[in-house]
Design a binder for this molecule. Structure first.
Ligand code: HEM
Length: 426
């Protein structure tokens, strides 16, 4: 696994995605603090103003507003009847599914029905049977072989393990893993599809469409095989083949579309989150020791890290009717950008909100979303992260930042994370 797990295409696609959503080099948290204090509801496209492509081509002519306060973001994400997600099917979603079969872009009854089928598959207790397999994948395949080296860039495996886990869960045979990194690279190129420049957008859409079709064919073949076998296993595809909600089951196309979307939904989000958690932890050597000696603190480390540095800083909705927020009129059809990075640090909700403190009494933050669309894969993501952190603390004695390399930095306006986390151990 150790030398064979690298994929140049995947590393390039990850870097291209980071560059596409990196945005302007600003102090995002300082900008958000200023908006929270002075103008918590702002007319205008906040994402574009920080150099990030949003829904280019999909929503020309719609007014856009940005929200910076916790309560406003919570209200919008919770009220999915007033603040809808359907527009995503015309923007990013069209890269994934020509027929709009993408759960984050569903509203109302179709969304409720899709959640009813998926949620039990990813519920906390449904994760337990997967735990030892995932532990083996992350710990034994990726981390253990590095021990003798006494030095690594944590991103060298942080980029790979979430994809490897999804690959295993979907139920692909182990010997085709190399191909899957190529598929994952394609998935990332889909995410890098939206561009500020419409010509670039057309080019990247063509590339993304090819990628999405290749991935679809690979997953569909597996789904058909598993159905023919009678869905005997506990992998994701078999679970989805057996899933039933209010008398309805999923067809091959639905299962394929969902399994394929997991590569994009659960891959680089987990990677970037891992990079931020490890950066925040390693910047505090006394915290490394504390958590090494008390592993019950790992979930607190994860919760506080995702509050402090959410991987995706903004979630967007569309107003289904005229509404007013803090006295600002938001007309029907307007786009509403919920600035999660700001809401997660709202000083009215979190004491000393700009301080990283794993001992704070956690209230829900919005890094995994909120309300009906809240991340289906959050328990899986947290389980993977916890396994990786524990394995690192077990296997890399006295792990610390590599003094001979530049210190890791969490950057990005829209997608945040560290691009390298160089470490050494004894
Ligand atoms: C640290 C890693 C992750 C983060 C930060 C994250 C974040 C999010 C967020 C913020 C949403 C809500 C989107 C919205 O409201 O529009 C979401 C939805 C979703 N996530 Fe995750 N996610 C992560 C990992 C995963 C994984 C591992 C999976 C794999 C199953 C996954 C699957 C999904 C799905 C299917 C949805 C759509 C749910 C819906 O629309 O009802 N995510 N995620």
């Amino acid at each position: 696994m150790r030398t064979s797990h690298r994929s140049e295409k995947l590393e390039q696609a990850f870097a291209a995605l980071s560059a596409n959503y990196r945005g302007t080099d600003i102090d995002l948290h300082a900008v958000c603090r200023d908006r929270r204090m002075k103008s918590p509801v702002v007319a205008g496209d906040f994402m574009n103003s920080i150099g990030v492509p949003t829904h280019a081509g999909a929503n020309h002519g719609n007014q856009t507003f940005a929200l910076f306060k916790y309560d406003d973001v919570k209200h919008v994400l919770q009220d999915s009847a007033t603040f809808t997600s359907g527009f995503i099917a015309r923007g990013l979603g069209s890269f994934f599914s020509a027929d709009g079969l993408i759960i984050i872009a569903m509203d109302g009854e179709p969304h409720r029905a899709a959640r009813g089928l998926l949620q039990p598959v990813f519920a906390p207790n449904a994760m337990l049977p997967w735990r030892s397999l995932i532990e083996h994948q992350i710990r034994d395949e990726f981390i253990l072989p590095l021990v003798p080296d006494k030095r690594a860039d944590l991103l060298d495996f942080g980029l790979y393990f979430p994809i490897r886990v999804i690959y295993g869960l979907i139920g692909f045979p182990d010997d085709e893993l190399g191909n899957f990194y190529e598929y994952a690279a394609m998935g990332l190129s889909i995410l890098a599809g939206p561009q500020l420049d419409p010509i670039k957008e057309a080019e990247s859409r063509e590339r993304a469409m090819k990628a999405t079709n290749t991935l679809y064919e690979a997953v569909l073949a597996l789904v058909k095989r598993r159905r023919a076998e009678g869905a005997p296993g506990d992998d994701l595809v078999c679970r989805l083949l057996r899933a039933e909600f209010e008398g309805r089951k999923l067809d091959d196309h639905e299962i394929t579309t969902f399994a394929r979307s997991m590569v994009a939904a659960g891959g680089e989000t987990t990677t970037r989150t891992f990079s931020s958690i490890m950066t925040l932890l390693l910047q505090r050597p006394e915290l490394v020791e504390r958590i090494r000696n008390d592993r019950s603190l790992v979930p607190k480390l994860i919760d506080e890290s995702v509050r402090f540095e959410p991987v995706s800083t903004v979630k967007v909705r569309q107003a289904a009717r005229d509404v007013e927020i803090r006295g600002v009129h938001i007309p029907k059809g307007a786009m509403v950008q919920c600035v999660v990075a700001s809401a997660n640090r709202d000083e009215e909700i979190f004491d000393n909100s700009d301080t990283f403190n794993i001992d704070r009494r956690q209230k829900p933050s919005f890094t995994f979303g909120f309300g009906p669309h809240m991340c289906v894969g959050q328990y899986l993501a947290k389980m993977e992260l916890s396994i990786a952190i524990n394995a690192i603390l077990d296997l890399f004695p006295n792990i610390r930042l590599d003094p001979d390399c530049p210190a890791p930095e969490i950057t990005g306006s829209m997608l945040r994370g560290a691009s390298t986390v160089p470490v050494i151990w004894d």
